[in-house]
Design a protein. Structure first.
Length: 85
């Protein structure tokens, strides 16, 4: 019985951690890979994070591949250029 109680609490804790980290945990690691070769790391990470939070995905690699995440690839800034690195 104690094992079942402990297992239940572990499942609840895991679910809570997933919700609290949400996309930001996922986005952080994916954006670090995406921005690994960027000349301006902080700007790349900022915009990649914004795009990932909205779209829930980041294209693979450090450049291109935006077809893998159409939302990320289609997002534009106020000047009509791609918002996402």
């Amino acid at each position: 019985m104690k094992f079942l109680h402990l297992l239940t609490w572990l499942l609840v804790l895991t679910s809570f951690l997933e919700l609290s980290l949400g996309a930001s945990g996922l986005c952080g690691s994916k954006c670090r890979r995406r921005c690994a070769k960027a000349g301006v790391q902080d700007r790349c990470m900022k915009y990649c994070g914004i795009c990932c939070e909205k779209c829930g995905c980041v294209p693979s690699g450090t450049y291109g591949n935006k077809h893998e995440c159409p939302c990320y690839g289609n997002m534009k800034n106020s000047k009509g250029y791609s918002k996402c690195p």
